[in-house]
Ligand binder design. Structure first.
Ligand code: TXA
Ligand code: MG
Length: 321
């Protein structure tokens, strides 16, 4: 694996061109987006797309997000771009909003796991944006982690998980948002949230708790550390759970139980900072292989709800008792 280091805010085309060339010739390139690092491959290249699933250990039943630039002609990606989709794109692209809608037949079945819909987003990270400009074609990019593990927010996370599986890694330091994009399904004028994220859509219904069969990306255990992971209600103390482990909480959390360590995600009033740190802290805590990791929910709306969704999945919905 070759590593290319780039300036996150002002990447140079000549530095990124080799990464674009690897993608264009069917290789796998991990690169930063504003949310998490993605594992990129040319969307139109079936063999390259198949390698993405193999590299992650991801089941073929879990479809990929197609990454594009805002100005691109999407007539061979979506079956049609409706006024509601257009409005969402104008308001939120480039940015961390993924739009799921009926696909154009030209999109290969592997990308969508045979579903009639395709997920598409236009990342705002300057490195992802320039890379897409240089490639000039849609790029699939799931989060660049092993399937169901915690998403990567640094190049080191990617190298540890997938270093042997990918051709190139573009390192631009930490990703600024830290949790994955908001995913919405658009059907006519109905917008349904499938995965919460930092983009909060007023008036949208949500389908977060529907059975995972309705949308494959909502497995109850996901984004999960290897250690046994449990939940603590927002503002509650961990009680006296016995044993030992690490509580992941906030600046204002109750003290950890006897025999337990405590790690802070920061001030829960600064949710952007909490989101940015969440996966890095979970990976660091997990690396020490504690018997139990207990994570306190933020209990906040908006971005807090997106963070709490990730925390619930990390713990498979189970509380510390
Ligand atoms: O922020 C992000 O979205 C990151 C960065 C790299 O762009 N990508 C990401 O990809 O999180 P991934 O593959 O880790 O998660 C994509 C989710 C999956 O859970 C998948 O099931 C869901 O999107 N998805 C993809 N296509 C879908 C579709 N047609 N209908 C419903 N869900 C879909
Ligand atoms: Mg993922």
């Amino acid at each position: 694996m070759r590593i290319i280091r780039v300036d996150a805010s002002r990447p140079k085309p000549e530095t990124l061109r080799p990464a674009a060339e690897v993608l264009r010739s069917g290789g796998l390139v991990a690169f930063p987006t504003e949310t998490v690092y993605g594992l990129g491959a040319l969307a139109g290249d079936e063999a390259a797309t198949a390698r993405v699933f193999a590299a992650k250990g991801r089941p073929a039943s879990d479809p990929l997000i197609v990454h594009v630039r805002p100005g691109w002609d999407l007539s061979a990606v979506f079956a049609r771009v409706s006024p509601a989709m257009r409005l969402l794109m104008e308001r939120h692209w480039p940015g961390p909003l993924t739009i799921v809608a009926e696909k154009h037949p030209a999109v290969v079945d592997l990308v969508t796991s045979g579903m009639p819909t395709v997920a598409v987003r236009a990342p705002s990270h300057p490195v992802a944006a320039l890379l897409l400009d240089l490639v000039g074609a849609p790029v699939v990019a799931p989060s660049a982690n092993r399937f169901s593990y915690v998403s990567p927010t640094t190049a080191e996370h990617v190298a540890r998980d997938l270093g042997d599986e990918i051709d190139m890694l573009v390192d631009a330091g930490r990703t600024p948002i830290g949790i994955e994009s908001t995913i919405v399904a658009v059907d006519g004028n109905t917008v349904t949230v499938l995965r919460r994220g930092s983009v909060v859509i007023d008036g949208a219904g949500d389908d977060i708790d529907a059975p995972p069969s309705a949308s494959p990306g909502r497995l109850v255990v996901h984004y999960a550390p290897r250690s046994r992971t449990r939940l603590i209600e927002a503002g509650a103390s961990a009680g006296e759970p016995g044993g030992s482990g690490v509580v992941v909480g906030y600046a204002d959390s109750a003290p950890a139980p006897d025999g337990w360590g405590m790690v802070s995600l920061g001030d829960r009033a600064d949710l952007e900072d909490v989101a940015r740190r969440l996966y890095r802290v979970l990976r660091e805590v997990d690396a020490a292989e504690p018997p139990t990791i207990a994570i306190e929910l933020t209990g906040r709306p908006g971005l807090g709800a997106a963070i709490d969704d990730r925390i619930r999945r990390a713990a498979g919905g189970r509380y510390l008792r």
